[in-house]
Design a protein around this ligand. Structure first.
Ligand code: SAH
Length: 394
């Protein structure tokens, strides 16, 4: 087994539990095979941690253990799955919810792999070729710990091509759509359509907050709405009307379907296939006002007309949103961009309100839910930031 000394600056981070290896971890470029296990040493040749190497979207691999000699085999994987299962007893026995994250990568002990639970089915996501080299052992271990899973699909998140990203893995095939339940609401999901399934499981608590306290009696605008999950939660929570805006053609029928599977009439709601920025201009021109505005953009998006990046453009977008918020209106600002730090995000929100001469109250804040555990020392792992903001004295 290879032994590699890390750079001076990497020692502290790794000792504090930062799991990600990057180009700064080593002094020199390292040649490696995907999934290769290495023993990490300090510059003084003391044992530091066990890691595997892999080319990823971000980084060069992951620390997976601080115990010398720990290797990646079926027993190791089984222990991690068992731990994850023990930590999810409440969710596994929750009658209202049968869609959540069963296994969360470095937070549960196998960096590079997540497994989501969708009403008796599982979806594996492999984030590097490196972790995928262990697939046989991982799947065997998983089946031993979760024998009740009816069938499974897998996503190759390291493939650039969305079309080749999804495939059937084992067991029974899932119906399409597969209906899942979350806090009593139904969602239509498709386990074998590209990377995405129709619902982002990490927003469960946000949807629940909308359902229980932010929607009743209100008009709701859901921007970057995808399949309209936030809109449906709002409608189920007693919203007077919801408007969903997404530029993707598929969003229209997918959003209609989400309403329908909950016994709601989609014709009672507005669904627009349109660029959010065009919609904002349209809404302002027509003096539309919304009581609750939900904003959950992708980190980066390119449409025919423009590019949007959260770090550069979120603040400006909030200025435009303030124009169409009703008196005392509530905003839910979300970002899942790992590189967008919580404090910069909040600064961007403040700047937008200041520019508009408005004040706001931070009502509530969300981060990842309990089924997405993440090492505290890793901001990349703790990617989700959600602020509930109320406009005051407009
Ligand atoms: N908020 C959603 C997830 C959003 S995913 C949910 O909770 O389910 C991001 C969505 O933004 C995608 O559906 C994509 O089509 C859409 N999108 C990206 N750029 C856009 C733009 N300029 N205008 C409207 N929608 C956009």
């Amino acid at each position: 087994m290879k032994k590699l000394a890390v750079s001076k600056r990497a020692v502290r981070a790794i000792k504090q539990g930062a799991p990600l290896l990057t180009e700064y971890t080593f002094e020199k470029e390292v040649a490696f095979e995907e999934g290769e296990i290495v023993t990490l040493l300090t510059p003084e040749n003391q044992f530091l941690a066990m890691a595997y190497l892999a080319k990823q979207n971000k980084g060069l691999g992951w620390v997976y253990s601080h115990k010398e000699g720990t290797t990646l085999n079926r027993a190791f994987f089984k222990e991690q799955f068992q731990g994850a299962k023990n930590r999810r007893q409440l969710l596994l026995h929750n009658e209202e919810t049968n869609a959540f994250r069963l296994f969360n990568a470095e937070g549960d002990g196998i960096p590079g792999l997540t497994v989501d639970y969708y009403n008796q089915y599982a979806v594996f996501s492999w984030y590097s070729e490196g972790i995928y080299t262990y697939q046989d052992e991982i799947i065997q271990a998983f089946k031993e710990v979760f024998p009740f899973i009816k069938g499974a699909y897998e996503k190759h998140r390291y493939q650039a091509n969305d079309e080749q990203a999804s495939s059937y893995l084992y067991g029974e095939e899932a119906p399409a759509p597969l209906l899942v339940r979350e806090n009593g609401i139904q969602y239509a999901t498709y386990l074998d359509e590209g990377w995405m399934t129709g619902i982002f499981l990490d927003q469960r608590h946000v949807r629940n907050a909308i359902l229980e306290k932010y929607a009743a009696g209100r008009t709701v605008l859901n921007t970057f709405s995808y399949t309209g999950a936030f809109s449906v939660a709002a409608a189920m929570g007693g919203a007077v009307h919801t408007t969903s805006v997404d530029v993707a053609n598929r969003s229209l029928e997918k959003t209609r379907e989400q309403f329908e599977v909950n016994g709601l009439n989609p014709d009672d709601h507005t669904i627009r296939v349109m660029d959010v920025f065009d919609y904002l201009r349209y809404a302002k021109r027509n003096e539309l006002l919304f009581d609750l505005i939900v904003v959950d953009p992708p980190s980066f998006a390119r449409t025919k007309k423009r590019t949007f990046s959260v770090t550069k453009d979120y603040s400006g977008m909030i200025e435009e949103l303030i124009d169409i918020a009703s008196n005392q209106g509530t905003f839910i600002f979300s970002s899942n961009a790992a590189s967008y730090k919580r404090d910069s995000f909040l600064e961007d929100i403040k700047r937008a309100f200041t520019k508009k001469g408005k004040t706001f109250r931070l009502v509530e804040e969300f981060s990842l839910p309990e089924d997405f555990p993440a090492p505290k020392s890793s901001h990349i792992s703790n990617y989700l930031k959600v602020f509930v903001i109320q406009l005051v004295n407009k």
